[in-house]
Write a protein that binds this ligand. Structure first.
Ligand code: MTE
Ligand code: MO
Length: 257
């Protein structure tokens, strides 16, 4: 025996065959709630669920399948609730994968938004050009997966207007976002085109403060907070799911209505 550190091969492997009762429960739930048989799931996921497929692999495949079904069922006219100005949460919470004092410090005078992928106009945008587009305001609830929610007011360009302006292929499947702090996320096209999805410049009638995403964030009231990227540096349209910072660590990709 060598004294080297343990490798993956030394770890006990948790395989589905060891979880027969759970599989049966899962099968019943899938069958009742999504008319999906375990056989169909095996086919869709490429896992045969018997010999050697890990629980993780199957749950991951199920989660991606669930994303697709939710996308098909998503009602693009269903609006998130809106609130009165008197209901705005003050102070509004900050959240990021780092503490507030590490929020990126971006110079608005040299800032340029990059646009790429399936769009006909790949010119960059400065803040004056973004402010010259039509703006709308919303008072909606931001819901964080960590267990808090807060009502805020955001103003900016309806994201559909922006996508139309850059000649985006609106039949593409995804819109991806890259942020100045190396955060990233993505949306299904139906959500990108939703009337409340907003390319946001202002919080409570003033330019976004650094902590809330200066100079540009996406406000998506039909999704959980982590699908609302702040400090957006680049937007791209694609048919390949770009994933996201939390999405790629196991948070459900769809995470919303
Ligand atoms: N660029 C960037 N965007 C981000 C995050 C981040 O860490 N970096 N965190 C997300 C999460 S988990 C939440 S809850 C919200 C928090 O936004 P707020 O600070 O305006 O409340 O931003 C989202 N967008
Ligand atoms: Mo969050």
């Amino acid at each position: 025996m060598s004294a080297s550190k343990p490798t993956d091969a030394d770890k006990p492997r948790i395989v589905l065959a060891d979880h027969q009762p759970q599989i049966e429960r899962l099968q019943r739930r899938l069958f009742l709630r999504s008319s999906l048989s375990i056989g169909a799931l095996a086919m869709l996921s490429g896992c045969n669920m018997q010999d050697g497929d890990s629980v993780d692999k199957v749950l991951w495949a199920m989660s991606r399948w669930n994303d697709r079904v939710q996308g098909w069922l998503f009602d693009r006219n269903k609006l998130a609730p809106t609130y009165a100005a008197s209901e705005i949460t003050d102070p509004f919470p900050f959240n990021a994968f780092y503490p507030e004092f590490d929020a990126p410090d971006i110079d608005g005078s040299t800032y340029r938004l990059e646009v790429s992928g399936l769009v006909s106009d790949k010119r960059t945008w400065n803040l004056d050009q973004l402010r010259a587009l039509p703006q709308t305001s919303q008072i909606t609830r931001h819901i964080c997966i960590e267990g808090w929610s807060a009502i805020g007011q955001w103003r900016g360009v309806p994201f559909r207007t922006f996508l139309e302006r850059v000649g985006a292929d609106l039949s593409a499947r995804y819109v991806g976002f890259k942020c100045a702090d190396r955060y990233y996320s993505s949306l299904d096209m139906a959500t990108a085109l939703h009337p409340q999805t907003q390319l946001t410049l202002d919080f409570r009638d003033a330019p976004l403060p650094a902590k809330y995403g200066y100079p540009l964030k996406l406000r998506v009231p039909t999704k959980l907070g982590f699908k609302n990227p702040k400090h957006i540096a680049a937007i791209f349209v694609t048919n390949t799911n770009p994933g996201g910072y939390w999405e790629d660590q196991g948070y459900n990709w769809f995470s919303g209505l």
